[in-house]
Design a protein around this ligand. Structure first.
Ligand SMILES: Cc1ncc(COP(=O)(O)O)c(C=O)c1O
Length: 437
């Protein structure tokens, strides 16, 4: 097939059906073919522009095809693409140093790999090595990956291909106040969801190696925990000799208005995992641990593409861009603008149950008049938004949370355009779904 004869959408759907596994799904009834990106925009094969409010699931934080990142990755690709970790290469080592500086605190030692699943899998392994224990706590409504163990610690049935979690995984209730799994409300609940972690630690004495959690649950529907939750959980874990692993796949690299999501709370995780935005589109991930925990990983461990020269060069350029552009402050500012606009829309439409999130990680939960998750309504809305040039995401156990995670370089004018488009689409929703206030 020549590069000059682009496939049609129908041809691509046929290729997908015939040659990809059925688990590989796509958004939209009438999908487009994306070909190029620049900043906060992507362009399809017909040249139509879209404001990308999903950033490839929170990946392109510095913007698509950011020239300073492209130049450094391309230069490295032209020199030497790959050697693996059995040889010394400068980009990986400089990246480890830069990452420790960018994160701060006591997290200094990195293990590089290529995906969030692999980073989390390694974190669970290291927790076992460091504690000598073999059980884990995770939260309901969490997502931690696609591999056997990381899908096992994933708290959402939707994302668990094997419905049976391993027997050494225990689930504590997600700290989601808008829809509390314990049917309690603040402040009377006295953080019962955190105390449930203590219950599991006591019921399994000497067995729990670690708790793994996202600082803000992404796929679970953009769930921000209540103040004090993670502080209490960390205290309980450490009292029982267990470790805290924070999965920063979506919350990392300035998205929430801080460099990392856990930095919103007064905690010091023993390990964090990072992936997605680290390479701004190139596949690179890392487990970063305190030296004390990292010291347990002494047997040879190599990931063929871990710290790959091209990906590490892109990641170094990504960190430089984030620091030079103070991207966490940009995300906080832009997030406030977007949130204010979303709250305005929510006030006019009863189908919006809640707007929530931190920085530029925002969710808008949609419900039916009976208060049930309005998944089909969200599907319609996303399709129309796409037709009008705005790409959004979808999260939540009920697949009913409109999710906005644009590149952090999104401009005020682009945010306003997104809000105008959303307003227009909400105004056109069927009356049974919307009730004007
Ligand atoms: C919180 C979280 N952890 C882990 C993963 C898995 O990352 P990957 O797809 O790179 O394996 C994801 C992917 O969306 C995620 O959102």
């Amino acid at each position: 097939m020549s590069d000059h004869t682009p496939d049609t959408v129908e041809q691509m759907l046929a290729l997908k059906r015939d040659y990809l596994m059925p688990c590989v799904f796509h958004f939209f009834r009438r999908p487009m073919v994306l070909e190029r990106g620049a900043g906060s925009r992507v362009f399809d094969s017909a040249g139509k522009a879209y404001i990308d409010c999903y950033a490839g699931v929170g990946v392109s934080n510095c913007g698509h095809a950011e020239p300073s990142i492209v130049a450094r990755a391309a230069a490295q690709l032209g020199r030497l693409a790959h050697t693996t970790t059995i040889y010394l290469t400068q980009p990986m080592l400089r990246l480890a140093e830069a990452l420790a500086g960018f994160i701060g605190g006591g997290l200094r030692k990195s293990f590089f790999c290529t995906s969030g699943s692999e980073a989390n899998e390694t974190a669970l392994l290291l927790a076992k090595l460091a504690t000598g224990r073999n059980s884990f706590i995770s939260l309901s409504r969490s997502l931690h990956g696609r591999t056997y163990l990381t899908s096992g610690v994933t708290g959402m049935a939707f994302w668990r291909a094997d419905p049976e979690p391993p027997s050494n995984v225990h689930f504590a209730p997600s700290p989601t106040c808008s829809d509390c799994p314990l049917k309690l409300s603040r402040p009377d609940c006295e953080l019962r969801c955190a105390e449930a972690v203590g219950d599991l630690l006591r019921e399994n004495p000497g067995e729990i190696a670690a708790l793994i959690a996202e600082p803000v649950q992404g796929n679970g529907g953009i769930n921000v925990p209540p103040p004090g939750y993670f502080e209490r959980v960390q205290t309980l874990l450490h009292e029982h000799g267990a470790l805290l692993i924070m999965d920063e796949a979506q919350t990392g690299f300035c998205r929430t208005g801080r460099r990392f999501g856990h930095q919103h709370w007064d905690i010091q995780p023993d390990m964090i995992t990072v992936c997605k935005a680290l390479g701004n589109g190139l596949p690179i991930a890392a487990l970063v641990a305190t030296p004390a925990v990292a010291a347990a990983y002494t047997k040879p461990g190599a990931s063929t593409f871990g710290g790959n020269l091209v990906c590490a060069s892109a990641a170094l350029a990504t960190l430089d861009f984030m620091r030079d552009h103070r991207l966490e402050e940009a995300a906080a500012r832009a997030g406030e603008r977007l949130r204010a606009g979303l709250l305005g829309i929510a006030a006019r439409h009863a189908c919006v149950k809640e707007v929530r999130g931190l920085g530029l990680m925002l969710g808008m939960e949609l419900v039916t008049p009976a208060g049930e998750p309005a998944g089909p309504l969200l599907d319609d809305l996303m399709e129309t938004l796409k037709d009008l040039g705005v790409l959004t995401g979808k999260t939540g156990p009920g697949r009913n949370v409109l999710t906005l995670m644009p590149p952090l370089v999104i401009t005020d004018a682009e945010i306003d355009q997104v809000l105008r488009t959303l307003d227009e689409v909400f105004a056109g929703l069927p009356l049974r779904a919307t009730v004007s206030a």
